[in-house]
Design a protein around this ligand. Structure first.
Ligand code: CDP
Ligand code: CDP
Length: 231
């Protein structure tokens, strides 16, 4: 069967990675969580005194990029792949609210994006890939055969993320999560380099009122139609 490239972009907590993983498993495609790469660089920056609440040493970040090695390692299926930072499994560590608070400033740096975009493009060379992020359909794979842009209300997205963080037993307030989502939306959509924007040929899905199953079936049908050349 013909293999295509599927780009899934959108705002935080719209269900991008959930649907991208389901799609990759169903189609036997590689799944790449591009956000995990920005989060892993952020974790490195936090661990190496590059970013904290009071300072952000962009020069040191740029000089450190050569020392940051990122790899996805999968066991059985891509949806369960973990990201490794310099050979350390950081899949769990990168998901906390502290990393979420620093990741969008880190993702504004051109040199960071250049490095990660090159690696992402390499992973998609043979097609048969589903990648989710903010600039996949616009910058990483502008020729992707299927581009999805996901959206949902900020309130609904914050509720979803709050529930997830509570399940990780993080001691947080709903308002903190909502504030983080709104701040990241703002930085991600207004940055100079590769801002989050819907590609002209992307199909927009608002899933504020959609459950995970409906959302998966909608996207799977689009992928099947595109693979078969029906749309
Ligand atoms: O899952 P969630 O929406 O919380 O975020 P993520 O996909 O893990 O991405 C974290 C952050 O990385 C985003 O808020 C962006 O600042 C940045 N990012 C980006 O700039 N470009 C991408 N392709 C993916 C993520
Ligand atoms: O990757 P992204 O940040 O866009 O979102 P996600 O990690 O796939 O989804 C964030 C949370 O929202 C997860 O706990 C999903 O199960 C939940 N979600 C939902 O309940 N209903 C949807 N239609 C989409 C996501």
């Amino acid at each position: 069967m013909k293999k295509i490239t599927i780009a899934i972009d959108g705002y935080s907590s719209t269900g991008k990675s959930t649907v991208a993983k389901q799609l990759a498993d169903h189609l036997g495609y590689v799944y790449v969580d591009s956000g995990a790469m920005y989060r892993a660089v952020t974790l490195y920056a936090m661990q190496h005194d590059i970013i904290s609440k009071n300072h952000f040493d962009t020069l040191k970040l740029k000089q450190s990029l050569g020392s940051i090695d990122l790899k996805f390692k999968k066991e059985y299926v891509w949806s369960k792949a973990h990201i490794f930072l310099n050979e350390q499994d950081v899949e769990d560590k990168i998901r906390n609210l502290e990393v979420s608070e620093f990741v969008s400033p880190i993702a504004t740096i051109h040199e960071v994006r250049k490095k990660l975009v090159a690696q992402q493009q390499q992973m998609g060379l043979e097609k048969g890939v589903v990648m989710d992020g903010r600039d996949i359909g616009t910058v990483v794979f502008p020729n992707a055969e299927l581009k999805i842009f996901m959206n949902a209300s900020a309130q609904e997205r914050a509720q979803r993320r709050y529930k997830e963080l509570l399940e990780r037993s993080e001691n947080i307030q709903f308002d903190e999560v909502l504030k983080n989502i709104q701040e990241r939306d703002h930085i991600d959509t207004t940055r100079q380099d590769s801002p989050l924007v819907k590609a002209a040929d992307a199909i927009e899905i608002d899933n504020s009122e959609m459950n995970l199953e409906d959302q998966f079936h909608t996207v799977l049908q689009l992928a099947k139609d595109r693979i078969a050349g029906r749309i």
